[in-house]
Design a protein around this ligand. Structure first.
Ligand SMILES: O=C(O)CCC(=O)N[C@@H](CCC(=O)O)C(=O)O
Ligand SMILES: [Zn+2]
Length: 327
């Protein structure tokens, strides 16, 4: 049986590039690109990606488990599914990226980066997703699975790419069932994989942050049981599990902190968790010609990282908005 993760980590290919059983057919489309299609019809075309950042291993292990269950026939597949392991060389190296952050390159932005394995891969992934959705009349979805560098006061959350049209109710129902603590709405276009699939493929897309990034073999996949269960139900077209947790909180990005100078200074300790609350007036970061203080009564910090490359996001400031902004 195919072990997608083992093959990818070994830099190998399956003995045969495609196969079929009584229920489905599968095809290896290239390194980290694997399509599975049910033989008896489907109503959804779904891309699930992980490993766009090579050191975010739990979602990769989770996705590999899903593929194993589908191929073994222990999990029925009711959708056309494209599985993407985003950055195999970075996965093998246990690094977020080797040259540049691929999740800033989508929507053709790779052309603005120094050419590298990652610029080529981002372009290849765009082509793979375009080919997957080309002429597809079923409802389109893309879930891009990540884990975060820091601990988080709200450990599991989704990031919705900026879009003009309402977010898909089916996707929001899945996020709700996946026991996420929060959802964050982007207010501007960006170079993320989920923004690309939303804007250019008209897919209902979301980045999912499922916990803290740890090396392969150090993840307790039990902590990811809720998202695993919800995704399994979604791709089997089974009823979603009922939510038993408190309602999801909804945030929107109030400000992206862009690092414009090597003198960029972030006034937060290294152990400040994501979704830490900061009060109005707090001095947060400084660089020549720019000082950022918390503007609203309360703002929540997300992904603070002063080590990013120049021109990239070094953090986001969020404000909480009413749930009916989305639901
Ligand atoms: O922990 C961090 O600092 C980053 C975790 C991560 O990779 N997050 C994604 C979010 C993508 C989005 O904004 O939709 C990223 O930064 O690429
Ligand atoms: Zn990530």
């Amino acid at each position: 049986m195919i072990d997608l993760l083992a093959l990818t980590l070994a830099g190998e290919e399956p003995a045969s590039p495609c196969g079929e059983n009584a229920k489905l057919r599968w095809q290896w489309l290239g390194e980290g690109l694997f399509e599975i299609c049910p033989l008896h019809g489907y109503q959804r075309a779904v891309v699930i990606s992980a490993g766009i950042h090579g050191n975010e291993t739990a979602p990769i292990e989770l996705l590999n488990q899903c593929v194993g269950e589908i191929l073994a026939g222990t999990r029925p597949l009711a959708v056309r599914l494209l599985v993407v392991l985003g950055n195999p060389p970075a996965m093998r190296a246990g690094k977020r990226y080797l040259t540049s952050d691929m999740n800033r390159m989508f929507g053709g932005r790779y052309a603005q980066f120094e050419p590298s394995g990652e610029t080529a891969r981002a372009q290849q992934l765009e082509q793979a997703i375009s080919a997957f959705f080309a002429g597809e009349s079923a409802a389109r979805f893309h879930f891009d699975l990540h884990t975060a560098i820091r601990e988080s006061c709200l450990p599991r959350f989704g990031l919705l790419p900026f879009q003009q049209c309402p977010y898909s109710a089916e996707m929001l129902a899945l996020l709700d069932a996946a026991a996420l603590d929060a959802v964050v709405i982007h207010q501007a276009p960006g170079g993320t994989f989920s923004h690309f699939s939303s804007e250019q493929m008209q897919a209902a897309s979301c980045t999912l942050e499922l916990g803290k990034a740890r090396p392969f073999g150090s993840n307790d996949l039990q902590q990811f049981a809720d998202i695993h269960q919800a995704l399994r139900a979604f791709i089997s077209a089974a009823p979603l599990p009922p939510r038993t947790q408190r309602p999801m909180r909804v945030f929107r990005v109030a400000q992206s902190l862009i690092k414009r100078s090597e003198a960029f200074k972030l006034y937060l300790s290294n152990d400040t968790a994501n979704f830490t609350e900061l009060v109005q007036g707090t001095l947060l970061c400084e660089q020549p010609g720019e000082v950022y203080r918390v503007q609203h009564d309360t703002e929540w910090i997300l992904f603070p990282n002063p080590a990013v490359a120049l021109g990239l996001r070094a953090g986001m400031m969020l404000i909480e908005v009413p749930r009916n902004t989305l639901f």
